[in-house]
Design a protein around this ligand. Structure first.
Ligand SMILES: Nc1ncnc2c1ncn2[C@@H]1O[C@H](COP(=O)(O)OP(=O)(O)OP(=O)(O)O)[C@@H](O)[C@H]1O
Length: 248
C-alpha cells in the first residue's frame, strides 16, 4: 500500500541537509484557546538555542509537545526524522517546568529510576555532575531548597547521552550568583552534535552561552536568528533586542 507523503516528508526528500528538529503548522488548543498557533520551526544539530517570549506565549507547551508528553496537537513534528513517540523519546531529554519526582526520594533513588528508564543515562556522569554541584546522593528531595532540587533535575536531564535536550526554565529558582555555575554544569560534557533548546526569561545570564534564539509570541515564532548576527544587525545586546521586540 502506498501512502501520500506529508509536507515534511516531501521537504525531507528535497533537502538532505535536514534539520534535527522540524516543525510545521504545530497547533495546540487548551479548550478554545490556541497555545500554539500554526508554528513552523527548523533547528539544526550542534546548537544551543534560547526559547524566549512573554509569559503565556507557548514556550512550555512547545517543549512539552516536542518531548512527546503532550500528544493532543495538529501539525507535524520530526525529531531526527521521528514523530513524537518512543523513538523520539529515546533520543530526547526533557526537563519539565515542574518536577514529578517523589518528594521523599533520595537523590540516589532518582538516579536508579533514570538508569532503569533511559538506556542512554550515564550514571557516572550524573555522579560527577552532582559532585560538581556539591549535592550528596544520600539527601532526600524534601530536605532540599528549590535551587538544590533544580540542580538535581538538571543533573538527571544532562546525564543522558541525548541528541536533543529540551530544558524548561532550568535556572529560574537559582540565585543570580550561582547561575553561572549551574550553566557551566549544563554545558559541561554537552556533545557538540546535540541540540539544546532552553526556555528562559533570564536572557542576560544566558546570552554568552546561546548560539541562536527563537522568540515567540501568541503561539507562533516571531523571530529567529544567530545571536551574533542579531547583535550585529541591531547593534545591541540580546537583552536589549528582546526589550525592543516585545516593547513594540
Ligand atoms: N493545562 C493548561 N490548561 C489550560 N490552558 C493552559 C494550560 N497550560 C497552558 N495553558 C495556556 O496556554 C498558553 C501558553 O502557556 P505556556 O505555559 O505554554 O506559556 P509559556 O510561554 O511557557 O509561559 P511562561 O513564560 O509563563 O512559563 C497560556 O495562555 C496558558 O494560560
Amino acid at each position: 500500500m502506498t501512502t501520500t507523503p506529508t509536507a515534511l516528508e516531501r521537504e525531507h526528500e528535497m533537502s538532505p541537509d535536514h534539520a534535527l528538529l522540524r516543525i510545521r503548522g504545530l497547533t495546540v488548543h487548551y479548550g478554545r484557546r490556541a497555545a500554539l498557533d500554526g508554528l513552523d520551526l527548523d533547528l539544526p544539530a550542534g546548537q544551543i538555542v534560547g526559547l524566549l517570549g512573554e509569559n503565556g506565549c507557548g514556550k512550555s507547551t512547545l517543549l512539552k509537545t516536542l518531548a512527546g508528553v503532550y500528544a493532543d496537537y495538529s501539525g507535524e513534528i520530526r525529531v531526527a526524522g521521528h514523530s513524537p513517540g518512543p523513538e523520539s523519546k529515546a533520543i530526547t531529554s526533557y526537563l519539565p517546568d515542574r518536577s514529578s519526582l517523589p518528594d521523599r526520594a533520595r537523590v540516589s533513588y532518582c538516579l536508579d529510576l533514570f538508569e532503569d528508564f533511559f538506556a542512554d543515562f550515564d550514571r557516572a556522569k550524573a555522579s560527577e555532575l552532582l559532585a560538581f554541584f556539591g549535592l550528596p546522593e544520600t539527601m532526600r528531595l524534601k530536605e532540599m531548597s528549590k535551587g538544590m532540587r533544580e540542580k538535581v533535575q538538571i543533573t538527571l536531564a544532562m546525564a543522558r547521552e541525548a541528541q536533543v535536550y529540551l530544558l524548561d526554565e532550568p535556572i529560574s529558582g537559582v540565585d543570580p550568583a550561582a547561575r553561572q555555575g549551574i550553566l557551566d554544569g549544563i554545558l559541561r560534557n554537552l556533545n557538540e552534535d546535540s541540540l539544546l533548546l532552553i526556555a528562559t526569561h533570564l536572557i542576560h545570564d544566558l546570552e554568552t552561552a546561546l548560539d541562536s534564539v527563537v522568540m515567540m509570541r501568541h503561539g507562533t515564532v516571531l523571530l529567529t536568528g544567530q545571536v551574533d548576527d542579531l547583535r550585529a544587525e541591531h547593534q545591541a545586546s540580546l537583552d536589549q533586542i528582546f526589550r525592543k521586540v516585545y516593547g513594540s
